[in-house]
Design a binder for this molecule. Structure first.
Ligand code: 77M
Ligand code: MG
Length: 214
């Protein structure tokens, strides 16, 4: 039977990347997506913006909503200090199975906990199930109609603290208008837009960085 795009992406990683070398995994995925098949990874251009936000913040506790094949998971985890933890939620079991192998190939499995399931179900369980009080950094890259409800849910569950940074992918393409309106007009957030391009294309896209003010 025909393979899936995530399976072909994993094969490209196993063929071209060096085990235990996160940068080679990132480069292998970017090459595959640019020269073989487009895939919805945050990509190299927005990925550099993601890197700079993470490096400046040096977060201990990170939440990623939407793992897909693990590309941004690897980008973030490779920059985390020893002892820091990244929890990544993925709804799609097939995506999760591929992401686990990509994360393992990069040698980052000790920093990453991949959880399969719906963000709306797992966010309320972060404290009792993972012993997480609050997150330092949240990367939003899952279903676009879940960005706003999940942000409100994280607020209500007390998972955001003064200074927690939310970074949202795809705020232009596919777009998250209700989320943007909320974080840009709420007195609880200081927001700014990083203009970029949709991964591996010339179309406009960007990342919205929002600091929770408590
Ligand atoms: O796909 C999902 C939802 S999670 C992925 C969210 N991410 C996106 O949708 C996403 C989309 C685009 C994009 C796509 C086509 C374009 F023409 C332009 C942009 C870019 C991104 O960077 C993204 O992050 C899923 C979940 C559970 C399931 O069972 C299932 O079958 C599917
Ligand atoms: Mg995205």
């Amino acid at each position: 039977t025909k393979s899936t795009r995530p399976q072909r992406l994993l094969k490209a990683v196993q063929k071209h990347a060096t085990r235990g070398d996160p940068q080679s995994v990132i480069s292998a995925i970017d090459h595959f997506c640019r020269h073989s098949e487009w895939a919805m990874n945050v990509g190299d251009e927005k990925g550099c913006i993601l890197d700079s936000v993470v490096s400046e913040l040096n977060p201990e506790k990170v939440l990623e909503l939407g793992t897909y094949c693990g590309y941004s998971t690897v980008r973030i985890a490779r920059l985390l200090p020893p002892g820091a933890r990244l929890i990544t939620l993925e709804f799609n079991a097939d995506y999760a199975a591929i992401a686990r192998q990509v994360i393992a190939w990069a040698g980052l499995e000790d920093k990453v906990q991949l959880v399969e399931g719906a963000s709306g179900d797992w966010i309320p369980r972060m404290k009792e199930h993972f012993g997480i009080e609050t997150f330092d950094f949240v990367f939003l890259d899952h279903w676009k109609d879940r960005y706003l409800p999940d942000t409100k849910l994280m607020e209500d569950c007390g998972l955001l603290r003064k200074g927690t940074v939310l970074l949202a992918d795809n705020v232009i393409c596919p777009g998250v208008p209700d989320y943007l309106e909320y974080v840009r007009n709420s007195l609880s957030y200081k927001s700014c837009y990083f203009k970029s391009h949709l991964e591996y294309t010339k179309a406009e896209d960007g990342l919205e960085k929002s600091v929770f003010l408590g």
